[in-house]
Design a protein around this ligand. Structure first.
Ligand SMILES: [Zn+2]
Ligand SMILES: [Zn+2]
Length: 322
C-alpha cells in the first residue's frame, strides 16, 4: 500500500510505496503481457491490465487534503497498464496507425470511466520506453495513472492557462500553436487535425509536442476522424524518433487532458514527448541543476532539432508515398 506524504517546503505530495522496491526483474522467458502467460487472454489486440504494484489503488484509504507538517494520507486512485500489442518485441513505432487507433480507443474508454469517478482529480496517460528510462518490461505498453489530486506540473500548467484565459479571453495553447505555425521553423509534421513541433521552450533534447488544431480539452472530445488522425501522427512521430539515429530512443510520452473536476475551458489536449537521448551515444540525465533547482539545461536548439526531424523519414503523416 502506498501513502502520500505532504512536502511542506515544496507544497507537493510524495508517494511512498515501499513494496515497489521489491518489483521483480522479469526473467526473459516469462512475460505476463504475452498471450499464453495465463495472465492475459490468449488472443487480444490491445488490453488494459491492472498494475501488479500500483502506486494508487481504489483499495487504499481515501485521500484527505489538509496539508500539515508531517501529514500523510491515503493514495486512493488507480494504476492501469495499457498493453499495446500482443507481440513481445513489437516497437510502438512499428505498430500500424490502425493499431495505434485501438490504443487511442482504450485511452478514451478508460478515461471516460475515470472521469466519472468522484475519487479522481487527474487522469495521466503516459508511456516510459527503453531500459534507460528504467523500464523492466520490453513488451510494448503504456500506463494510466488516476490521481486523487492534481500533480504539481499539471497544476502549474493549468494556472498559466487560466491566467492567460482570464486576461485574454483566449486559449494559451491555441495562441502558442498559431505562433509556431506562423514561425514554421519548429514545425515537424502536420496533418488535417494535428500539428507536431519542437516547442520554442523545449526542456528535453528533441522534445516534441502534438496539439490538435481544434480547441479540445480531452480525448473523448475527439471525433472518429480526429482519433484516426491522432493515431497516424503519433505513429509518424514515433517513427521519426526511432529513425533519427537508427535505434529506438528511450523516451517518455505524456498525454495531457483537462482536469477531472470543475470547468476548465482554458485547457487544451496535447501530447508531450521527452526523449532522454541527447546524441547517438549520450543520455540526458536529470542531474544537479535539473533535480535540485527545477531549471532544465537543454544543449540542443529547438530549431535545429526540428530541422533534423523534418529531414528524417517519414516526411509526412500519411507516408506511404515517402
Ligand atoms: Zn511479452
Ligand atoms: Zn486551445
Amino acid at each position: 500500500m502506498t501513502e502520500l506524504r505532504w512536502h511542506p517546503l515544496l507544497r507537493e505530495w510524495v508517494g511512498v510505496a515501499a513494496h515497489r522496491q521489491n518489483r521483480p526483474q522479469m526473467p526473459k522467458d516469462c512475460c505476463p503481457f504475452c498471450p499464453g502467460s495465463g495472465r492475459v487472454p490468449d488472443h487480444y489486440d490491445t488490453i488494459l491490465y491492472p498494475n501488479d504494484f500500483p502506486a494508487f489503488s481504489p483499495d487504499n484509504p481515501p485521500f484527505e487534503d489538509y496539508p500539515g507538517l508531517f501529514h500523510s494520507t491515503g493514495a486512493r486512485g488507480s494504476c492501469d497498464v495499457v498493453i499495446y500489442h500482443p507481440g513481445h518485441t513489437m516497437l510502438p513505432s512499428q505498430m500500424p496507425a490502425e493499431h495505434w487507433r485501438k490504443v487511442v480507443d482504450l485511452w478514451c474508454e478508460r478515461s471516460a470511466q475515470l472521469y466519472a469517478n468522484p475519487d479522481i482529480a487527474c487522469v495521466c496517460i503516459f508511456e516510459n520506453t527503453g531500459e534507460a528510462v528504467g523500464v523492466t518490461m520490453p513488451h510494448p505498453h503504456g500506463q494510466i495513472y488516476a490521481f486523487p489530486f492534481t500533480p504539481p506540473l499539471i497544476e502549474r500548467e493549468l494556472h498559466s492557462a487560466r491566467e492567460y484565459y482570464d486576461a485574454n479571453h483566449a486559449c494559451l495553447y491555441c495562441r502558442l500553436l498559431a505562433e509556431e505555425l506562423s514561425a514554421a521553423k519548429r514545425i515537424v509534421l502536420e496533418s488535417p487535425d494535428f500539428v507536431a513541433f519542437v516547442p520554442f521552450h523545449a526542456r528535453w533534447p528533441g522534445e516534441m509536442q502534438i496539439y490538435p488544431r481544434k480547441h479540445l480539452g480531452d480525448l473523448n472530445a475527439l471525433s472518429d476522424t480526429e482519433k484516426n488522425d491522432l493515431a497516424a501522427i503519433v505513429k509518424a512521430v514515433r517513427l521519426k524518433y526511432d529513425n533519427l539515429w537508427g535505434f529506438a530512443i528511450p523516451l517518455m510520452m505524456m498525454v495531457r487532458q483537462r482536469p477531472v473536476r470543475g470547468h476548465s475551458p482554458y485547457f487544451h489536449l496535447h501530447i508531450e514527448f521527452y526523449p532522454i537521448q541527447r546524441s547517438p551515444t549520450k543520455l540526458k540525465y536529470l542531474a544537479g541543476v535539473e533535480s535540485g533547482t527545477g531549471t532544465f539545461l537543454n544543449d540542443t536548439s529547438a530549431e535545429e532539432k526540428a530541422a533534423e526531424f523534418r529531414g528524417t523519414i517519414p516526411k509526412s503523416v500519411n507516408f506511404s508515398e515517402d
